[in-house]
Ligand binder design. Structure first.
Ligand code: UD1
Ligand code: UDP
Length: 366
């Protein structure tokens, strides 16, 4: 079977790598091509991930770059339509909830090419999030809905998607972490940044609701100033956030935070190593919420809601929004040794790509 496996943005690379590796184990049956839309393009957001995750060069690169939602979505659709017409795949695999995910699904729906969506059924029920729109559209059009947690099936059923299209396969992002663990352990990043294990906070921020306006960023920085008095903070800055800090003239407020090191986005091995040894993680990232739950590291999720509630109900995450007082209160609790402990959700075990391929063999024939 000819397959196209689509990735465009940083978290997508982490999700497609184990799936492509699994297909390569059965070359007589599967002929996959890795399509990179180019939504993320800086070396630190793209190439370093392809290298660490063993993805190599993409088979097809669309090179769409940045733009407004409409422009970026349209560019992906134009480029991907040509690819589908040329390649005539039997199935297209999309992952996650970025603009590239939705754009490629829409192209396939119009060309009657079946789509499998990995990480289907997650819902924040907040349509101000661009990703929520991408999730709803992608799931409405996809032919196979591959889910990472049990509540996803209920959401999909509620939206009228028939049960036989839905398959609970687990969390493929965790497959990458498990597969790469021996190399992650060797990362020298703690020494490079002068950090001691379990004696620093790791921070990531990139949601438009946190970084595109002044007020939430200022309140988060106010909380960081308090946390920075207790232990060092490492902040690998996402390009969106970098751009907004400059535009909003908040560089001074950032550099005034005690013990804060801001660095470029980190490569995958280094970032997971830092995550695994953190005393506390502060984040608005979807993937980081999941990885901290897997690693049993306390996580404060700087959002009002999450499409990944299992990281709160079962995992190590606590939702705190961007309210400075709430962040300070919960961070203090964790630093005083009262951090939440969790358990690993079902099927977050490093074998999700195997289950995905098994479903494809069963359902689509392979
Ligand atoms: C995108 C996804 C988001 C995901 C995130 C992962 C959408 C709507 N958003 O958000 O769901 O959580 O990726 O990181 O799909 N930029 C660079 N270099 C790059 C990429 C982006 O400088 O390699 C800058 C550009 O100024 C760009 C901005 O970052 O305009 C935002 O990039 P974009 O891909 O539109 O959205 P993200 O915020 O990265
Ligand atoms: N990540 C990384 N380096 C960083 C920040 C994040 O390797 O500097 C990894 C992280 O471990 C996870 C993925 O990138 O695997 C999450 O991507 P991101 O937070 O950009 O997107 P989201 O998951 O919110 O869509």
């Amino acid at each position: 079977m000819k397959l196209l496996v689509v990735a465009g943005a940083r978290p997508n690379f982490v999700k497609v790598a184990p799936i492509l590796a699994e297909f390569k184990r059965d070359p007589d049956r599967f002929q996959p091509k890795f399509v990179h839309t180019g939504q993320h393009y800086d070396d630190r957001m793209s190439k370093s991930f392809l290298d660490d995750l063993g993805l190599g060069e993409p088979d097809i690169a669309l090179g769409v770059g940045s733009g407004s939602h409409a422009v970026q979505t349209a560019r992906v659709m134009e480029g991907f339509e040509r690819v589908v017409l040329d390649e005539q795949p039997g199935l297209v695999i999309v992952v996650g909830d970025v603009n590239s995910t939705m754009a490629c699904t829409l192209v396939c729906a119009k060309l009657w090419v079946p789509v499998a969506h990995v990480e289907a059924g997650l819902r924040s029920f907040d349509r101000r999030m661009p990703e929520e729109i991408n999730r709803i559209v992608t799931d409405a059009l996809a032919d196979l809905l591959l889910t990472s947690s049990p509540e996803a099936r209920d959401h999909l059923r509620h939206e009228g998607i028939s049960d036989e299209k839905i398959h609970f396969v687990g969390n493929v992002m965790i497959d990458s972490l498990v597969r790469c663990w021996p190399l992650i352990e060797q990362s020298p990043i703690l020494d490079d940044l002068g950090l001691q294990p379990h004696a620093y906070t790791l921070l990531t921020l990139h949601r438009p609701s946190n970084v595109d306006t002044d007020a939430p960023l200022r309140d988060i920085f106010r909380a960081l100033a308090v946390i920075g008095h207790r232990l060092p903070i490492v902040f690998p800055v996402h390009p969106r956030t970098q751009k907004m800090i400059e535009q909003l003239q908040l560089t001074g407020a950032l550099t005034a935070i005690p013990q804060l090191q801001y660095v470029e986005p980190l490569r995958y091995f280094d970032f997971i190593k830092l995550e695994s040894q953190s005393r506390l993680v502060l984040t608005d990232s979807g993937g980081v919420q999941e990885e901290t739950t897997f690693l049993d590291v306390p996580c404060l999720t700087l959002r009002e809601n999450t499409e990944r509630p299992i990281t709160v109900t079962q995992g190590t995450s606590t939702l705190v929004g961007s309210n400075g007082d709430a962040i300070i209160r919960e961070a203090t609790r964790i630093l005083d040794g009262q951090g939440k402990r969790g358990t690993r959700p079902e099927y977050w075990d490093g074998h999700t790509a195997e289950r995905i391929v098994a479903v494809l063999k069963r359902v689509v024939g392979g």
